[in-house]
Ligand binder design. Structure first.
Ligand SMILES: *Cc1c(COP(=O)(O)O)cnc(C)c1O
Length: 378
């Protein structure tokens, strides 16, 4: 079902993004670094990028990180680095952002979808092994909305069948499962630093991380047109290199990422406390995980009406994502049908994102939760 167009907000009472708050008072030192860079250059894949890569790898607790243009490129490069060939199959979930599946297609592989789990909104793990064929090469679960996929069983499945596991961690910077940061459990992890993400650049940027020197070397070549040393192109690659400007912004923000994620968890806690008595469901949480609440989702079969109600009251609620992958026109050639992934379809019809930001105040949360309560009482 297509969601109805949302009403225009009367006024913006509760925003989804607050860019000034991401910088705070101490922004002067960053501006000075940017000014120095602008005047002096060079601009692409500089030592600033190398510094960020080292800091980000250290933060995650892995060996290598490589900065690229976008999270989508990170996924394409990770797939190519894993040795994907045309016609190979990659298994992912039907409820993800378009980029996950677009990246699989761009790598030359064929996406094979499995349904979502009704409670965790993550990949339905039990459906992964039955989806494996002789052509499967990679499993690509998504840590969706900032919740870590518990990879223990999927890693065992990957090992048993000789597959690689690539994590789409574009929504889960800093999230932990059993004490380990996501992105570091599979053979490769992919991040986006799009301005909407928990670690946000001032434009597009992404990264591929790995603990394997061999995979890292391949990633490094693939982001630079397949070069192994200047003018020696050994594979067909992309031109996808992180800008120094983005690296400066990202290094600067990385210092407060854990604090920001902690505040997101606090806001999520306030939401759950104040909405717990209403006919809404939440993404489940599990022991031994640290969710980073990239999005805070509520689930209701009156979703579209609730969306209108909130937008009329100036709450910047949105639907992520109203159409599951298998029903997107771009993928019509794969022959997927309505009804094939029923949980993903239900989630697409019933999930609504409430605004969540690290700098959100209790008063803002109350404004939202009062509006939600008013909808169910009205
Ligand atoms: C944002 C996102 C991407 C793509 O990242 P871009 O930087 O926008 O290309 C991939 N997968 C998921 C799950 C995302 O949320």
């Amino acid at each position: 079902m297509e969601s109805a167009p949302a009403a225009q907000p009367a006024h913006q009472a509760v925003r989804r993004y607050n860019y000034p708050a991401q910088f705070g008072e101490d922004v002067q030192s960053l501006l000075e670094e940017i000014a120095r860079l602008l005047v002096n250059g060079p601009y692409v894949l500089t030592e600033e990028v190398a510094w960020f890569e080292t800091e980000f790898a250290n933060y995650l607790g892995t060996e290598h990180a490589r900065g690229v243009n976008t999270g989508t490129d990170a996924l394409v490069i990770a797939l190519l680095a894993s040795g994907i060939r045309r016609g190979d199959e990659v298994i992912t979930q039907a409820n993800t952002f378009n980029a996950t599946v677009t990246a699989i297609c761009l790598s030359g592989a064929r996406p094979v979808l499995v349904d979502a789990d009704e409670e965790s909104f993550l990949i339905a793990e039990a459906q992964v092994e039955p989806a494996i064929s002789g052509k499967t090469r990679v499993l690509m679960p998504v840590h969706l909305y900032g919740k870590p996929t518990p990879l223990t069983s999927l890693l065992a499945v990957a090992e048993k069948h000789g597959l690689q596991l690539i994590e789409d961690a574009a929504q889960a910077h800093g999230a932990r499962i059993h004490g380990r940061r996501v992105g570091t459990l599979g053979s490769l992890g992919c991040f986006s630093f799009h301005p909407s993400k928990n670690l946000a650049a001032a434009g597009d940027a992404g990264a591929v991380v790995t603990s394997s020197p061999d995979l890292d070397e391949r990633v490094s070549r693939l982001r630079e047109l397949g070069q192994a040393g200047q003018n020696n192109h050994v594979v067909i690659g992309l031109n996808s290199k992180m800008d120094a400007l983005q690296a400066l912004v990202l290094s600067w923000k990385l210092r407060t990422l854990d604090d920001c994620n902690e505040r997101r968890r606090t806001v999520a806690g306030w939401y759950k406390e104040r909405l717990g008595h209403l006919p809404l469901r939440f993404q489940s949480t599990a022991a031994n995980e640290e969710h980073v609440y990239h999005l805070f989702q509520v689930r209701t079969d009156r979703r579209d009406a609730l969306l209108d109600h909130l937008r009329q009251r100036g709450v910047d609620a949105v639907v992520r994502y109203p159409t599951p992958i298998h029903l997107q026109p771009a993928f019509a050639d794969y022959g997927w049908r309505r009804g094939q992934y029923p949980v993903a379809e239900r989630l697409a019809d019933e999930l609504l994102c409430l605004p969540i930001r690290p700098d959100m105040s209790v008063r803002e949360v109350e404004y939202v939760t009062d509006a939600v309560a008013g909808f169910f009482q009205g």
